[in-house]
Design a protein around this ligand. Structure first.
Ligand code: PDD
Length: 292
C-alpha cells in the first residue's frame, strides 16, 4: 500500500494519508459495515456487475440503504482506478467499504445518518507462475464464524483469528469445517478435484459467494471440464487429488500440503494447470476490454 495513493471518501478524492474518519464511525465502534475487493486489470474492473450485485446483497442483509446506483458506483470506481493508474502502472486491487456512518454509540440504528463510503487502491502484483506451482500449505479448522458467512461484513475477527492460527502452525490458509462439511478458507473459496471432477461447496449461508469462484465454475463449464457445486465432507477434502483456493487477489492457488500431509504428487495438479491457463486467457481478454 502506498500512503500517497488516491482514495475516495464520502464524495471526494484525496491522498490516502490525509483521509480521516470520525472515531464515532460505526465501522470503528461496531464493525457495522460491508466491503468488496475488486481487481482492475490494466484499468479494467474485473466482473464489476457481479461485485456490485454482491455489495447490494450485503447491504440488504445488514439493512443499510445503497447510497449509489450501479452507474454511479461504476463512475466512482473507474475514476479511482484512473487516478491511481500512473502510480501503480499495472494492476490494482480496489478495496471498497461502507459503514452505517457516524453517530453516538448506541446498538440501535441511528436515524438520518449518511453511510460512510470509502474506497482505496492497492497495487495487485502478478503471481510468480513458477513459484505458485509448488503450492501452499493449509490446515483444517473448526469454523467459528457466525450464521451469515454469505454477507461480506467488515467484522472479520473470527476470520483473522483463524488465519492467525494457520500462520502460527506454519500454514498459509485455514480451511473451515462445520459439522464434518467443508465450506471455504478464512479469506478464500475452496475447490477440490476428485476422480477428474472439479468440486466446490454449493452456495449457502456458510460461505461467501466468491466472484472468482463463480468465474471458475463458469469457465469450467464453457471449457467442457466436469464441475460440480455440491457438499464436500472433510474426509473427501483430505483424500482429494487436488485442492485449490480462490479469491480476487490470489486468483487460483494450489494447496499441496494439508494438515502436514502431501496432496497428490505435492505440486500443482493437471486440472489446476488447465484451469489457470483458461483463467489467464480470460484475464488477457479483460485487459483488452473484450471481457467484463
Ligand atoms: N476476501 N471467502 C472469504 C471468506 C473471503 O474473504 C473471500 C475474499 C473469498 C473469495 O471471494 P472473491 O473471489 O470474490 O474475492 C471467499 C477478500 C479478497 C479479502 O477479504 O481481502
Amino acid at each position: 500500500m502506498s500512503l500517497s495513493s488516491i482514495c475516495y471518501l464520502n464524495g471526494s478524492y484525496q491522498p490516502l494519508d490525509q483521509a480521516k474518519v470520525s472515531v464515532l464511525d460505526r465501522g470503528f465502534i461496531f464493525g457495522d459495515g460491508v466491503y468488496e475487493v475488486i481487481p482492475a486489470y490494466a484499468g479494467h474492473l474485473f466482473r464489476l456487475q457481479q461485485h456490485l450485485q454482491r455489495l447490494d446483497n450485503s447491504l440488504k442483509a445488514i439493512k443499510l440503504a445503497n447510497p449509489l446506483s450501479n452507474s454511479e458506483w461504476q463512475n466512482m470506481l473507474q475514476q479511482l482506478v484512473e487516478k491511481n493508474q500512473d502510480q501503480n502502472n499495472g494492476d490494482q486491487s480496489i478495496y471498497l467499504q461502507l459503514t452505517r456512518g457516524v453517530a453516538k454509540r448506541d446498538h440501535s440504528f441511528p436515524e438520518n445518518t449518511p453511510a460512510t463510503v470509502f474506497a482505496m487502491s492497492n497495487p495487485l502484483l502478478a503471481a510468480d507462475m513458477e513459484k505458485i506451482q509448488t503450492g501452499i500449505s493449509a490446515i483444517t479448522l473448526d469454523d467459528i464464524r457466525w450464521r451469515y458467512c454469505n454477507v461480506k461484513t467488515i467484522a472479520l475477527l473470527p476470520n483473522i483469528l483463524l488465519k492467525q492460527e494457520a500462520t502460527e502452525k506454519h500454514a498459509s490458509e485455514a480451511i473451515l469445517v462445520r459439522e464434518g462439511q467443508v465450506s471455504e478458507g478464512s479469506a478464500s473459496n475452496l475447490f477440490i478435484v476428485s476422480k477428474g471432477v472439479i468440486k466446490t461447496p454449493a452456495k449457502s449461508e456458510q460461505l461467501l459467494p466468491g466472484v472468482t469462484r463463480d468465474l471458475i465454475v463458469e469457465l469450467a463449464q464453457k471449457n467442457g471440464l466436469a464441475c460440480e457445486e455440491t457438499s464436500i465432507s472433510e474426509a473427501e477434502l483430505l483424500s482429494a487429488d487436488e485442492v485449490w483456493l480462490s479469491s480476487s487477489t490470489k486468483e487460483i492457488i494450489p494447496v499441496t500440503r494439508l494438515n502436514e500431509k502431501t496432496i497428490g504428487t505435492g505440486t500443482a495438479g493437471p486440472l489446476w494447470q488447465k484451469m489457470i491457463t483458461i483463467y489467464q486467457a480470460y484475464k488477457q481478454q479483460l485487459r483488452t476490454g473484450a471481457e467484463t
